[in-house]
Design a protein around this ligand. Structure first.
Ligand code: NAP
Ligand code: ZN
Length: 353
């Protein structure tokens, strides 16, 4: 069994450092991917720092993986050596439940197998993610990436992209709909681009006035500073849909008040501490939905990648070396990233043994 170079944390309080992890041999339906780039999601930080609890260490994060196929198993039909591919937040599921059978593997009744911190049915123990030189994944959980997409800037589509694409489609974002994207970070900036390409009227809701110009460049028709109470009052009951990407607990009711009758506020962030109680009176009085959503199914993720290729959508990235990851996490927690860090995995491969 190959032992490979990776980066991870040994506890919630220790910084990430280089370590060695096992990867399984290539099985009959497996694809082995040489990882070229890996995006840095706020979920990586929540996990490596043990903020969510239930984390198994060593934790090797990374679920915005892109690279090239370097080997395929004897029964692999979907991919060939040399192809550009990606892996997102899950690497398997039960494949038999109602969710899996309807292409919604992310909602597998048994729980999908996370790309990291999931149950590893092949080697035992837990799965290790994309902060590594390579990965072996069953072909059914590998995505194809169009040659027209730059691989580095496409990496964040595998989590940030699909996390916004799926609920935007599900809740009908499109022409005639006013859609608010809350939080201009990794998820949020993909949300602005995708909602705009779907034809919606897009409003960026940010706490950072300094990001207003960027929001417009990314495609927002309007910017609302949602810490500004007067502006929030003026915008009350004007939105059809809100996509909330904020990673910390906050007053979600203040945002829900922006919705028209029948509007939906979709929670996408996963704060380590609970939200305040819902203002149910407001919801009843306006038939509002407060909902939540996670990533998308495999077929839908492929659809999103093809949609992004067709519309020329990729992430705005800042490239870092693997060795810079702890500083990148500190900057991400200080809200200082425009708008996604992506790791150049050559930096890990080129370290002297
Ligand atoms: P990120 O790049 O750090 O962006 C989060 C943005 O939220 C920030 O840029 C900031 O935008 C705003 N924000 C941060 N702290 C805030 C606070 N205390 N109050 C109000 N606004 C705040 O994070 P990300 O990678 O986009 O991830 C966001 C969240 O989604 C994380 O909790 C992550 O775990 C979760 N996530 C969920 C899924 C899913 O499947 N549902 C998938 C991926 C990630 P402004 O400066 O514009 O206010
Ligand atoms: Zn993620």
């Amino acid at each position: 069994m190959p032992q490979i170079r990776a980066y991870g944390s040994m506890s919630g309080t220790s910084p990430l450092a280089q370590l060695t992890i096992p990867r399984r041999d290539v099985g009959p339906t497996d694809v082995k991917i040489d990882i070229l780039f890996c995006g840095v999601c706020h979920s990586d930080l929540h996990t490596a720092r043990g903020e969510w609890g239930g984390v198994q260490f060593p934790a090797v994060p990374g679920h915005e993986i892109v690279g090239k196929v370097v080997a395929v198993g004897a029964e692999v039909t979907k991919f060939a050596v040399g192809q550009n591919v990606g892996v997102g937040c899950m690497v398997d599921s039960c494949r038999e439940c109602e969710s899996c059978k309807s292409g919604r593997e992310q909602y597998c009744y048994e729980g999908n197998i996370g790309t990291y911190n999931g149950k590893d049915h092949h080697l035992g123990g837990h799965t290790f993610g994309g902060y590594a030189t390579d990965i072996v994944v069953d072909q059914d959980f590998v995505l194809s990436i169009a040659d027209s997409l730059p691989l580095d800037a496409a990496a964040p589509l595998l989590c940030a992209g699909i996390t916004l694409y799926s609920p935007l489609r599900h809740w009908g974002a499109g022409p005639g709909k006013k859609v608010g994207i809350v939080g201009l970070g990794g998820l949020g900036h993909m949300g602005v681009k995708i909602a705009r390409a779907m034809g919606a009227h897009v409003v960026m809701l940010t706490t950072s006035p300094s990001k207003a110009k960027d929001a417009e460049k990314l495609g927002a028709h309007e910017v609302l500073i949602w810490s500004d109470e007067a502006a929030m009052r003026a915008a009350s009951k004007t939105f059809d849909l809100l996509m909330n990407t904020v990673p910390q607990s906050h007053d979600i009711n203040a945002l829900t008040r922006l919705l028209k009758v029948d509007g939906a506020h979709v929670l996408l962030g996963v704060p380590p501490t609970p939200y305040p109680p819902l203002d149910v009176g407001r919801m009843i009085g306006n038939r509002l939905t407060v909902a939540a959503s996670t990533i998308g199914g495999i077929a839908e993720t492929q659809e999103m990648l093809d949609f992004c290729a067709q519309h020329g959508i990729v992430s705005d990235i800042e490239m870092i070396a693997m060795q810079d990851i702890n500083e990148a996490y500190d900057r991400m927690s200080r809200n200082d990233v425009k708008y996604r860090f992506v790791i150049d995995m050559a930096s890990l491969k080129n370290v002297a043994a």
